[in-house]
Design a binder for this molecule. Sequence first.
Ligand code: MIG
Length: 771
Amino acid sequence: MTIKAITTADQTVHIDFTAHPAVSLQVFSAQIIRVCAPEALSLTSHAVIATPSQAPFTVDRDNAGGVGLQTSALHLHIDASGHVDVYDANDLALVLDYRGQRVPLNLDLPEDSHSVIEEEGHAGRDSAVNTVSSQVIKALSPDEHFYGLGDKTGFIDKRGYEYDNWNTDDASPHLEHYTKLYKSVPILYGLREGRPYGLFFDNAARSHLDLGKENPGYYYYSVAEGPLDYYVIGGPTLASVVQQYTQLTGPTPLPQRWTLGYQQSRFGWQDAAEVSEIAATMRRYHLPCDVLHLDIDYMAGYRVFTWNSTRYPQPAAFVKALHQQGFKLVTIIDPGVKSEPGYSVYDDGIGHDYFVKTPAGQVYTNRVWPGQAVYPDFGAPRVRQWWGDYHARLTAIGVDGVWNDMNEPAGFDGPLPDDLVFTDETKPSTHAKMHNLFGHNMSRAIYAGLQQQTGRRPFVITRAAYAGTQRYATVWTGDNQSLWVHLQMMVPQLCNLALSGFSFAGTDIGGFGADTTPELLIRWIEGAIFSPLLRNHSAMGNRRQEPWVFGEPTLSIYRKYLELRYRLIPYLYDLFAAGEQTGAPVMRPLVYAFDQDPAVVEIGDQYMVGDALMVAPVLEKGKTSRLVYLPAGEWIDFWTGEHLAGGQEIRVEVPLDALPLFGRVGTMVPMGPKQEYLTDAPDQEMDFRCFGDHGTYRHYQDDGSSFAYRDGAYNLYQITVSAGVAAVTVTHAGDAVALYREIRVHVGHSQQKFVLDKQQYCALNKKEVIE
Ligand code: MIG
């Protein structure tokens, strides 16, 4: 076995072997090397938007007949048998091919035993990947931890579990043995002996990852069809690996500011009168709220782009009245179009040949909410254009955002057959290849439609997604239930989504299925209060869970946290603005920020918000105190101002209304005004709270809704506190919104006031003690 030839063209190196299929290596940047079969190079990725940079690299043969490729950050080696090993700049191992064979788990049950366990209700093992076109097996170190993979169930560290990438709508409780949910985001992060790396497997077909479940000596990836195609991403920190991945697939665009407000939803709200009453009750109880959602109940017989005229006789007037009370309205849209001649969406789609067909050329139907339904072929640009345009029916009457559901795609009569004819841009394809891209392409269609129709930053929420869908849509984690284990799963799920490029994500607060309890609802709003998408949603047939239904003290505690959220929206908005530039997510597991601290690798019940705040929510029933791990550094108790040393675990009291929250010394957060809803009116003044007596902070401000910021229409402020003394400078003044009249910087118990004078901030007083 030898290497026959090595050819280099631009950033790509082709390696031909005598006894191994050819391998192509593509240097995307010093930190990213793509490893693929040569035929993958001619495919168009749906996820990757970056192109190879001009990063310098060298290629040399070694004495043992192998080839080395070096960038300033990564050293990759291929031996004559095709084994790929990747090391960091210090030649320490990151990702090594396993030299042995897989030993599958013992599943050799006799046929009759299979039927017995199935009959008894134990389905046995259903792997999504039955055929395999390619597979990689990587050596697993005893000290190696895994993260990412989108919204998979279970714990923060994925080691020891297996997962499938096949978008799936399954309403039974999502527990840690689940291998697949609604999204397929094949980005795997590893932390091997403290050294971070990423592996992005860019193939949307069914794929499987076993992360040391089958054998503690290796982990493996297999995919059902198509060529092998993966990217190795190197450090130096986990944070930088995540940011590299996010740049590769595109960061979350800055959303409209109001989308960070509180959102209330319910599957089963009956009609305009009931929704109007919900709106009025929010205001009556002074519960900050920006958005109401209409689930499928608003449509006529679940026909998309229609309104039920009995329940919503005057949709435009209804939306207008909500707007007048400061609410935005989001409506759900499913992909399934009722199969019904005479219904315009159906007729139009049939007329233009927009729906998915069987191999025999018949339009394919399955049953979803409206009954027999047909599926738009979103992989085709003309179908996306058509679908996007249809949303003018919603935007024309003032609908502010669109929520996509059922777009795995789901079907009540069972899964769509693999061989259905789908389109991949200009080429014919199959359901099997396009399944995991259905939600991606649907979101893309709507993003374009809303942008064109409103000129605002589109607010699209999707359930199904592939890597890169974050460019078009916000996500939620689908049908969780009002279970404490699902509250516990929220933190790992949202943190892993954040690492997987999905900075804008949330869960159904209070739980979608099953009956919530007052205590669970309280702990849920506390724990979720910094989740970027903040929405309470529940299903008909289950107990109501609007914030007032349990009376006091639930109502007041709920309000207290919504008020906290609203004061910190400027901080979340800053994180989104920065994240669009850097790829850094809003919500972060502790391991993101402290990857060299072995104590945090499994922590899934605390999270960071940016680098300033750490949240340690109560996720268990009946808790009166909990342990909180404070990583190295110094911390300030957000509520009491108490100074706490890092590198220790502390026990804190957690009565029902308590959320342990800590500021990291050396950082700052902006705190906006208390308000019941956001408007496009710019803030006139801003407060900044510094944790400790020093720090610098970059604050961003724009019109909150348009794309003008991309042409420079934004303001940037630099706040500096040094030995307790604050300074404010304007580092960019776009002409979109006026600079703040006044800025106050809070350091400990003192505040320093700055007023605007000729584009500059002058300190009004040195220090003013407020207590
Ligand atoms: O089969 O539209 O996840 O949020 O309320 C249920 C009704 C269909 C599932 C979504 C859920 C939504 C519900 N939908």
